[in-house]
Design a protein around this ligand. Structure first.
Ligand code: UD1
Length: 464
């Protein structure tokens, strides 16, 4: 298993491009199932999740290619679906990636039937899909759960446009909104999705669907209005830049008191993050004419220890849960006590125990963590247990004194393409190596030796 060895502290300095967004690309790829014409998606990076979804789409009868994968912005994916193929998404693929659920709405709308395995939970808690199913049932789909499989069928004369309230006890759902939207575009009549997720990745899906011929208004607001059309056609679409990678890079500049220049920076989707980072002392200097807020060029600098701050993760445009772990890393070194409250996934704090091994000090109170800023972190062997938590450990390693070994970086690889190359280009001393369990002197290998399975070890680690 791969691990990272990082020697710190370092001061990042240089230029990077923000690649296309994984969380946007996955539902866009699934939406290509809505037409039998070719859909071309540009700026799709070659992450494991993208590869898994390609496997899933192929198993659903689609022809899929992924070219130009070495492009720093991401490669080009071409998808051509076949409505006559079997609409069964098998557990063997779905279990590798929760986002597989995004094929449910498109399959149901385009093929009249879908059979998709229920995705499990993840490393930071239960991940229900009840709102996805509620939304699809509202469009007159019949949905049954059979042996862990979601069996969904549309009426013989097709799905019906309806008024649907999509809010749940935890607020709106990004994936649920996307699934119902994809089903509604081919339903008969008008659908209103109220309490829709406003996330930029939903808006990117709306842009794709519109380019395919769908009639949708209201993206970026909690009410989406969809007028169903008979059929959709192929198109070419450029995936939005990854706001979580851009935010991670900005925090990397902050924690190393460095300077990072980012092009293809999606400012439009990061205003809430910029606000928090500016409050802790990070500077954003835009180097373009602001013609396109989705793709800007910015210089991010931090030249001193950061200030403490109080932050709550929220649906967009608030501070995103997917940057909470990375923010915690920089706050461990801030001047004073910070409070970070996790409103989306109250258990998403696996990274704090690892950061404590490096000298960070936390006090957890339910869904909140008080972070006491310390003067320095010290390198240590640490273990990644989820995607964004892994990024947090890498950032901490860049700032820590001495050697940090981050094991299980396969979690990281799910959402960052060769992050070590990215930061090495900016001056970091970071390398990937194979933490072979046969080498007893290897600090990462020592972590990788499998423990005896415990009886309670049933917790799933299905990724985000
Ligand atoms: C997406 C992102 C993920 C991000 C999350 C929140 C992708 C591939 N993943 O995940 O990185 O962390 O948004 O911004 O885009 N919920 C229900 N019932 C449902 C669905 C969700 O109660 O049917 C709850 C969830 O448990 C969670 C909240 O709603 O508490 C938000 O989840 P959701 O927006 O659906 O996240 P995903 O779309 O799965």
């Amino acid at each position: 298993m791969d691990a990272f060895r990082i020697k710190g502290p370092c001061k990042l300095d240089g230029e990077l491009e923000v690649p296309g967004a994984k969380n946007a690309a996955l539902p866009l790829m699934a939406a290509a199932l809505l037409t039998e014409e070719e859909v071309v998606l540009q700026d799709v990076p070659a992450y494991a999740d993208v590869g898994n979804l390609i496997r899933l789409l192929r198993s659903l009868g689609a022809k899929v290619t992924h070219d130009d994968v070495d492009n720093p912005l991401g490669g080009t994916v071409r998808i051509q679906s076949d409505h006559a193929a079997d609409p069964t998404a098998p557990y063997e693929i779905v279990k590798t990636m929760r986002a597989s659920i995004s094929v449910l709405g498109p399959l149901l709308a385009a093929r009249g039937r879908a059979s998709v395995s229920l995705p499990g939970g993840c490393a930071f808690g239960a991940r229900p899909v009840d709102l996805h199913l509620h939304g699809l049932r509202s469009l007159d789909a019949k949905i049954e759960l059979d042996g862990g499989q979601i069996e969904a069928t549309a009426p013989a004369d097709g799905l019906k446009g309806r008024i649907i309230f999509m809010g749940g006890p935890n607020g709106p759902t990004v994936g649920g909104t996307q699934n119902v939207l994809c089903a509604a575009v081919l339903a008969k009549g008008r659908t209103i999705i109220e309490s829709a997720a406003c996330e930029p990745e939903v808006s990117d899906l709306v842009r794709l669907l519109r380019a395919m011929g769908a009639k949708i208004t209201g993206e970026g607001s909690p009410r989406l209005v969809v007028d169903g059309v008979e059929r959709l056609h192929g198109c070419t679409h450029r995936v939005m830049p990854d706001r979580i990678i851009a935010g991670t890079d900005a925090i990397a500049a902050a924690i190393t008191c460095g300077r990072v220049e980012l092009s293809n920076y999606p400012q439009d989707s990061l205003l809430g993050v910029e606000d928090v980072l500016q409050r802790i002392g990070v500077r954003f200097e835009f180097l373009d004419d602001a013609k396109d807020l989705l793709r800007r060029t910015v210089r991010i600098t931090a030249d001193r220890r950061q200030e403490a701050v109080e932050v709550t993760t929220q649906p967009w445009p608030g501070f995103p849960t997917d940057l909470q772990a990375q923010l915690l890393a920089v706050l461990t070194l801030a001047d004073g006590n910070s409070v970070v409250t996790e409103k989306i996934y109250s258990e998403r704090f696996n990274h704090t125990a690892e950061l404590e091994r490096m000298g960070a000090v936390f006090h957890r109170i339910g869904p909140a963590v008080v972070v006491r800023g310390v003067p320095r972190l010290n390198g240590a062997p640490v273990m990644a247990s989820d995607l964004r938590g892994s990024a947090c450990l890498v950032l901490a390693g860049l700032a820590a004194y001495g050697e940090t070994v981050v094991s299980r970086v396969y979690h990281l690889d799910r959402g960052y393409h060769r992050l070590e190359d990215r930061y090495r280009r900016l001056g970091a001393d970071i390398e990937r190596f194979n933490a072979d369990a046969s080498d007893p002197d290897d600090p990462a290998a020592a972590i990788e030796i499998p423990a005896k399975p415990k009886k309670s070890a049933g917790k799933k680690t299905t990724p985000t």
